[in-house]
Design a binder for this molecule. Structure first.
Ligand code: CA
Length: 367
């Protein structure tokens, strides 16, 4: 009994102590703490509203922030074109017309040469390797330094995993078959194909089906089976190539207007970061879980022809990718720093992946 009373007494004391710390006691008891400031944020995205994987990932960031903050910070998501076009998210958030955005950094190569390194570059890093560089290899610090110049704070917020090589209206049996094609492919991957005779363009995902089915483009990459099925790309092209050499593990970004972020209390800042971290995991999980079923539907139900790029094509893509990435790195001193960090990490992590994941996958696939 004595012990129970002691515990009861301690518990009561801790409550009183806590209330005393807050002050403003009245005769009726401790006053409620002052109402916390409530904020309503907008999130603009590059994806159609609720688009599988990418849009749903953006939704999860918003929902997590809203719930974890107990409604002190509520985030409303807008799909591409609802408030601003898909590829104007960066400028809109930088200027503060929305406090937050969800997109991919390689869309902003025209603004910052180094930006693709924070999303994906040809023959670069897988999702796991990319997370290692960003979180523990110095990548995120460099990304923050770059975006500070644009009035933005970036967070990794999702990863597509290794993408597919893309949809082609005709079969690709040699390098010669690539020449003269018009293909939608953003980032450095587009520059690689341009050197191999492809005319490359970048158009938002929501416009891909129309462009491909009307013949405005002959080929397009988008993401992977789950996302590509959702756009119905199989109705416009039948040849579906792998692997996604150009995007081995694309990090999606959540960008926050810098003054808006800095005005948050420290716990809300931590909540924003934690929500983005969570979605880095769950988006990749969603892609992994859904891609296989989508691929079966594409091949089994819609008659899609699934093909690997010929060895000759992949070898040329790799050699040209090295040239293009090195040329990009030479364009300005900041990109040189990013490239040096990325390359040093990639050179070492490749060996670890070779004897770890790669050796295991080879063993598991052996028949
Ligand atoms: Ca892509």
């Amino acid at each position: 009994m004595k012990r129970r009373e002691l515990i009861k007494g301690l518990a009561a004391g801790s409550v009183v102590g806590l209330a005393a710390c807050k002050g403003n006691r009245t005769a009726a008891g401790p006053a409620a703490p002052a109402a916390a400031a409530r904020r309503e944020w907008k999130m603009y995205t590059t994806w159609p509203k609720n688009f599988p994987g990418l849009g749903t990932g953006a939704n999860r960031v918003a929902e997590l922030i809203t719930k974890m903050s107990g409604g002190r910070l509520t985030v409303t998501v807008y799909g591409a074109g609802e408030r601003v076009p898909a590829l104007e998210v960066f400028d809109a958030v930088a200027q503060g017309s929305a406090q937050m955005g969800h997109s991919g950094s390689y869309y902003w190569k025209g603004k910052a040469e180094s930006s693709p390194f924070f999303c994906s570059i040809p023959f670069g890093l897988t999702a796991e390797e990319m997370n290692g560089w960003l979180y523990f290899g110095g990548g995120l610090e460099l990304w923050r330094e770059l975006y500070a110049g644009f009035n933005l704070v970036p967070f990794p917020a999702g990863n597509s995993g290794t993408q597919m090589g893309g949809w082609f209206r005709k079969e690709i049996n040699s390098l010669a078959d690539l020449r003269g094609l018009k293909m939608r492919i953003p980032g450095l991957g587009g520059e690689v194909l341009a050197r191999l005779g492809v005319t490359t363009v970048n158009i938002p995902g929501g416009e891909l089906f129309t462009a491909l089915s009307s013949g405005t483009i002959d080929a397009t990459e988008w993401v992977g089976p789950y996302n590509d099925l959702a756009f119905g790309l199989y109705k416009a092209a039948k040849f579906y190539y792998y692997p996604g050499w150009h995007e081995p593990g694309s990090t999606l970004e959540c960008i926050v207007n810098k003054p808006a972020y800095e005005a948050l209390e420290p716990d809300l800042q931590a909540i924003v970061a934690a929500a983005c971290d969570a979605v880095t995991t769950t988006m990749q999980a969603e892609m992994t879980a859904r891609n296989q079923a989508a691929l079966q539907e594409l091949v089994g139900k819609h008659g899609v022809k699934l093909l690997p790029f010929p060895a000759e094509v992949l070898q040329a893509l790799m050699k040209t990718s090295e040239e293009v990435v090195a040329a990009s790195a030479g364009k300005d001193t900041f990109t040189q720093r990013v490239y040096a960090s990325y390359k040093a990490y990639r050179d070492t992590v490749i060996e670890n992946s070779r004897i770890g994941t790669q050796a295991f996958l080879n063993a598991r696939s052996a028949r």
